[in-house]
Design a protein around this ligand. Sequence first.
Ligand code: PRX
Length: 661
Amino acid sequence: MEQTLSPALPATLYPPSEATVQRARISGRAAYDRLVAEAEADPDAYWGRLARELIAWKQPFTQVLDQRRAPFFEWFADGTLNASYNCLDRQVENGLGEKTAIVFEADDGAVTRISYQDLLARVCRTANVLKSLGVGRGDRVVIYMAMSIDGVVAMQACARIGAIHSVVFGGFSAQSLRDRIADTGAVMVLTADQQVRGGKQLPLKAIVDEALVLGGCDSVRHVLVTRRTGGAVPFQAPRDQWMADLAAAQPPTCEPEWVNAEHPLFLLYTSGSTGKPKGVQHATGGYLLHAALTCQWTFDLGPEDVFWCTADIGWVTGHTYIAYGPLAIGATQVVFEGVPTYPDAGRFWKMIQDHKVSVFYTAPTAIRSLIKMAEGNDAVHPRHYDLSSLRILGSVGEPINPAAWEWYHRHVGGGRCPVLDTFWQTETGGHMITPLPGVTPLVPGSCTLPFPGIDAAVVDEAGNELPWGQGGILVVRKPWPSMIRTIWNDPERFKASYYPEEFQGRYYLAGDGAIRDKTTGYFTITGRIDDVLNVSGHRMGTMEIESALVAMTDLVAEAAVVGRPDDTTGEAVCAFVVLKRPLPSGDEARRIADQLRNWVGKEIGPIAKPRDIRFGDNLPKTRSGKIMRRLLRTLAKGEAVTQDVSTLENPAVLEQLGQPY
Ligand code: PRX
C-alpha cells in the first residue's frame, strides 16, 4: 500500500487502507472537506450542532460564541451542564452501566476492571466526601496522585461538584507542588500514601507534607489520602484523613452541580518563556465537546474499541484522553500505573496483546526508547506479541521523526494501522492538526491537516499568511471551543502570551513554528519559537531551570539553559553556569555538576535535571549585555562556532564552555 508520489512531494505517502476507510466514522476526503466547508461557512452553526449532538445539556445554550470580551472568548455561555454527568450517568442511562469503563493494570501486572456504574458510584461517594468537608463550586482542589482509578475518580468527583481541579504530575518536587498549591489557593489536596513505578515505591504524601510547610499554602484545610501501598505515612490530625474511611460512610449517589459552560473545569500548569509556570484554565462545555469529538473523529472510537493512552493524568493528554474524552463517549480504556520498561521493554506490547487494545496513543520518546531496547534485546521486539487487535496508532507531545514513525507503523501496527501524528497543546485542550484515520494519506513527520473547524495558518512576523513551502509562525485564526480561557490569576499574561499586540489580537499564537508542504498543504511543526524545551514530551521553560540554578545563591553566579537535539528524548537540557568560585575541572567539576543536577531535581522535578552542565568564567554576551543563546546552542550541539564572536570580552570562554560534565 506504500506509494511514492511525484517529486514535488518527496516523502512517502501512506493512504488509508480500504478497511480503515470502510469502518471510519469520517470517511474519505470529501467527507472531511464537507466538514471544513461547513465550519468555514458558519462556525457558530457548526460548533453549535456538534455541541448539541455530543453533549447532554441541563439547560440548552442559546448562543454559541460570544466575542464581546475577546480574546477572552466564551462558548455556549448560557448553557448548563456537568462534565461528570456527561461522562458517567449518561452512559449508565444509555444502558452501558455494566460496560467496562477502565481496565487498570498496576505496576506488578495486577488487573482491576471497573464498570461505568461502579465508577459512577465511586465518583459520587468521593464527591460527597468533598462536599461534606465544605468543598464546593469554584473551590480549587490540587490532585497529586499517580496513575490509578482513584486519580480519575478524584478528577471526576471535582467536576461533579463544580470544584476546579489542578492535577500536579507525581514526578514534580515539593517546591513545584507548593508553587501550584499557592497559585491556585487550593482548599484541599488529594493524594496517595505512595506510588509504585518500575517495582519501586516512591513517596507522594510525604512530598505533600514537605510542600505544605514551604509557605503560602495556608488555604489548604484538608489532605485526603488514598491507600496504595500501605507504606507508613505520617498523619497530621485533623488535616489529614484516609479517603477510604470517609468514602465508606457516604451514599453512592450525588446530584451533579449544574454549572455554566464557561465554569472552569480545571487548571493545569505548564511552562512558558518566563520563570513561572502558568495555570492554563479550561472551561467545562467547550473543553468537553472537543475531548469527546476528537475521540470520535481522530481515534474513531466506537463501542467495541479498547483505547489506551499511555500519558499520565498529570499532563493534558491524560486529562483529555483518559479522564474525560473516552468516558464522555462511553469507551473502554486501559489505564496503566507503571513504566514501559518494567519488568522489561516488552510491557507495552504485552499489554496491547492481553487487553486486545485497538487504539493506542503514546509519545515518540517512548517509541524511540523501545526501538533501542528491541534492537538490544530481540525478546522484547513487538514481533513476538500478538498485536492484531490494533487498528489505529497515535503519537503526541513532540515531533515524531520519520524513522520512529516507520518503525511504529511497521512493527507495532503491522503496516495496516494508520499512525496519527497529533499536534496540540495544553492550551488547546485537544487535537488541532491531525490526520483522520479514514481520510488522510499519511506522511511520516507531518501532522498533516487541521481538525475540521480549526483554522490554522502559517504567518510571518507581521502576521501575513505565508505561501506553502515557506516556514513561519503557527497561528490559529478563529477561536475554537476547547481553547484556553485565561491564565489563572494573570489575564494580562494570557493576552501577552497568546494574543500579542504584534498581531492586533487577530490570532492565537501557538508558540511553535510550522511549514506547509508545497503540494499538499500538510503542516510540519518545526519546533518552539520561544524559550520552551520539550524533553521526552515534557514541556519546560529554560527560564524555569535557570531560576532554579541561580537560586543556589552561594554557588551559582549566572546560568543560561538551552536545548540540544537528542536521539531518544527529542531535546536534552544543557546548562551553562558561572560559579561564584574559580573555574572547576575534572572530578571537582563533575561533583559540582551532580550537586547542581540534584538541586534542579529538588526544585522542579527529576525531568528538569540538566543532561550537560558546562562551566565558564563568564557567559558569551552581546555588546548590549544579552546572552548569545544561539552561540550557546551551537556549543551545546558540539558544532563548530561560525557566529561572529568578535564582541566577546573573553574568547577563551568558548573553550571552557565546550566541555560538558
Ligand atoms: O511544541 C509542541 C509540542 O508540544 C508542545 C505542547 O506541549 P504540551 O502543552 O505539554 O502538550 C503536549 C501534549 C499535547 C507544542 O507546542 N508538540 C505537541 N504535539 C506535537 C508537538 N510537536 C510536534 N508534533 C506534535 N505532534
